[in-house]
Write a protein that binds this ligand. Structure first.
Ligand SMILES: *[C@@H]1O[C@H](CO)[C@@H](O)[C@H](O)[C@H]1NC(C)=O
Ligand SMILES: *[C@@H]1O[C@H](CO)[C@@H](O)[C@H](O)[C@H]1NC(C)=O
Ligand SMILES: *[C@@H]1O[C@H](CO)[C@@H](O)[C@H](O)[C@H]1NC(C)=O
Ligand SMILES: *[C@@H]1O[C@H](CO)[C@@H](O)[C@H](O)[C@H]1NC(C)=O
Ligand SMILES: *[C@@H]1O[C@H](CO)[C@@H](O)[C@H](O)[C@H]1NC(C)=O
Length: 406
C-alpha cells in the first residue's frame, strides 16, 4: 500500500468512528408510497419515495439475510373478483428499494411473517383482514406466483359489534420455537393456530383458542424463559420437548383489554393456551371512550402498548408501558408517555433497545423516541418527520407502518 493511500484510509477510519453510521427505516403510506428514511445525528430525513406495493401499502416484513422487503397491499375484500398483492423489494445497503417481483394475493393483507421449514427453505404467511383469510407463499416469490395455501374463514356466530361482521385476521406471528403460527382474528374473537409442517412448510390447522366475546383480538407477543436451546435443525418433536416456560400477551382492540396466557406444548403436535389474567392496559385501569389498543412489543420484562385516539397528550395519543412480574408473568401498568402523533398504529423498538420508532397513522409522522435500556422507560422525542399526507382518524388513510432496517 502506498503511504498516501494508507493515510487516506486511516483518515476515513477516524471519520467513520467519529460519526456513527446512520440508522435506516422503511415506512408505508396508504396513498401508495413506500419510504426509505434515514436517522443521522438525530435528524430524520426521507431518502427515497417509491410508488410501489399497489394502491394501499399496509405492512413491511424484512428478510435481513437476503435483504428483501416484502410489502402487503391491503386492497381487496372477501369478494373473489377483488385482490390484494405482495411485492418483493430488493434493499440496497443504503436502504434504497427496488421492486423485484409482484404477485396477486387474497384481498386485505395487513401483516406478514417469514418462517422456515424443510432445511432452511423460507415461506411468508399473510393475515388478510378484509379478505377474512390467512395465506402462505414460498420464498423468494416470482412474478405472479400463486399462494402455497389460503385458509378462508366464515363466522360461525355473529360478533358483538359491526366491525365483527366477518372474520378479520389482524396479524400472523411465530411462536418462540418457530414451529407454530398464530393469528388473532378480530372479527371471530379467536386466536387461530397452525403447526408448520417441518418438511413442506405447509400449515396444518390446530384447535383455535376462544377469546372473550367482543374482545376483537389484534396483536400479541410471546415471552420465554430462554431455556429453549434447540437449533434450526432440530425436529419438531425434539424442539417441543426441550422448550421452557412460555407465555403470551395479547391486546384486544374492541374490548380494550390485554390478556396473559400460559402456553403449553403437547406431544400431539399443537400448543394450548390457558388464560391467567385480563387487564386494561391503561393507567388507572380505564380505557378512555373511543380509545383502542393497537400494537404490542416486549423487551425483557417491559411491555409496550400503543393506544389510538385517547388524546391524553393532546394533540397526540399515548404509549403505555407495563411491567411483567418475573415471579408469575402477570402484568401491571407502569405509566404512559406521548406517542408524538395521532393514531399510533404501529411502532418498532430497535435491536439495541435504545430507540423506538412510532408510526402515527392519522398525523402521518414517524417519531423516534428514546428508550432507557436499563429501566425500559420511554423518554423524549429524538426526531420526528412528516411522511406523506395526514389521514382522517378512523379511515384507512395516512401512514400504515414503519420498520427498522436491521
Ligand atoms: C436535517 O437534514 C435535512 C436534509 O439534509 C436538512 O435540510 C436539515 O437542515 C437538517 N436538520 C437539522 C436539524 O440538522
Ligand atoms: C363460507 O361461506 C361461503 C358462502 O356461504 C361458502 O361458499 C364457503 O364455502 C364457506 N367457507 C368455509 C370455509 O366454510
Ligand atoms: C369456543 O366457542 C365455541 C362457540 O361459542 C364453542 O362451541 C366451543 O365449545 C368453545 N371452545 C372452548 C374450548 O371453550
Ligand atoms: C414512568 O415511570 C418511571 C418509573 O416509575 C419513572 O421513572 C418515569 O419518570 C415515569 N415516566 C412518566 C412520563 O411518568
Ligand atoms: C405532539 O407531537 C408533536 C410532534 O412530534 C410534538 O412536537 C409535540 O410536542 C407533542 N405534544 C405533546 C403534548 O406530546
Amino acid at each position: 500500500m502506498h503511504f498516501n493511500t494508507l493515510l487516506l484510509s486511516l483518515a476515513s477510519t477516524a471519520i467513520a468512528t467519529a460519526t456513527p453510521a446512520p440508522a435506516r427505516l422503511w415506512a408505508t403510506h396508504y396513498s401508495g408510497d413506500v419510504y426509505t428514511l434515514e436517522l443521522a445525528q438525530n435528524n430524520l430525513t426521507i431518502k427515497q419515495t417509491l410508488k410501489t406495493c399497489g394502491d394501499m401499502p399496509s405492512w413491511l416484513t424484512l428478510d435481513s439475510k437476503t435483504r428483501t422487503v416484502y410489502c402487503s397491499n391491503e386492497d381487496g375484500t372477501t369478494d373473489p373478483s377483488t385482490h390484494g398483492s405482495l411485492t418483493a423489494l430488493r434493499a440496497a445497503q443504503d436502504g434504497q428499494l427496488r421492486e423485484i417481483a409482484v404477485t396477486d394475493t387474497v384481498g386485505g393483507g395487513v401483516n406478514s411473517v417469514i418462517y422456515e421449514a424443510g432445511k432452511g427453505k423460507k415461506f411468508l404467511a399473510i393475515a388478510h383482514y378484509g379478505g377474512a383469510a390467512v395465506s402462505t407463499f414460498s420464498l423468494p416469490i416470482k412474478k405472479d406466483q400463486p399462494a402455497l395455501q389460503a385458509f378462508h374463514f366464515n363466522l360461525t356466530h355473529p360478533g358483538k359489534v359491526a366491525q365483527q361482521d366477518s372474520s378479520h385476521p389482524h396479524e400472523v406471528f411465530l411462536d418462540p420455537t418457530g414451529s407454530f403460527i398464530l393469528s388473532p382474528d378480530l372479527g371471530a374473537d379467536l386466536l387461530r393456530t397452525w403447526s408448520i409442517d417441518e418438511y413442506s412448510g405447509k400449515l396444518e390447522e390446530c384447535p383455535s383458542t376462544n377469546v372473550t366475546f367482543g374482545s376483537g383480538p389484534r396483536h400479541a407477543v410471546f415471552w420465554t424463559d430462554g431455556t429453549d436451546k434447540t437449533t434450526g435443525g432440530a425436529t419438531h418433536e425434539r424442539k417441543l420437548a426441550s422448550v421452557g416456560k412460555t407465555m403470551l400477551y395479547l391486546v384486544n382492540e374492541i374490548g380494550g383489554t390485554m390478556m396473559v396466557y400460559d402456553v403449553s406444548y403437547s406431544r400431539s403436535g399443537c400448543l394450548s393456551l390457558e388464560k391467567k389474567q385480563t387487564i386494561v392496559p391503561y393507567p388507572k385501569g380505564v380505557m378512555p371512550k373511543g380509545a383502542t389498543p393497537a400494537g404490542i412489543k416486549r423487551v425483557g420484562n417491559a411491555l409496550y402498548v400503543s393506544i389510538r385516539s385517547d388524546q391524553k397528550y393532546k394533540p397526540n395519543d399515548s404509549m403505555v408501558v407495563l411491567d411483567r412480574s418475573p415471579k408469575d408473568g402477570l402484568v401491571k401498568v407502569r405509566n404512559s408517555t406521548s406517542a408524538y402523533g395521532k393514531v399510533p398504529r404501529t411502532f418498532v423498538i430497535n435491536r439495541a433497545g435504545d430507540l423506538v420508532a412510532i408510526g402515527n397513522q392519522a398525523s402521518a409522522n414517524v417519531a423516534i423516541v428514546r428508550r432507557d435500556q436499563k429501566t425500559g422507560n420511554l423518554g423524549e422525542q429524538v426526531a420526528v418527520l412528516q411522511v406523506g399526507e395526514p389521514g382522517k382518524v378512523g379511515t384507512a388513510e395516512g401512514l400504515s407502518s414503519v420498520i427498522w432496517d436491521e
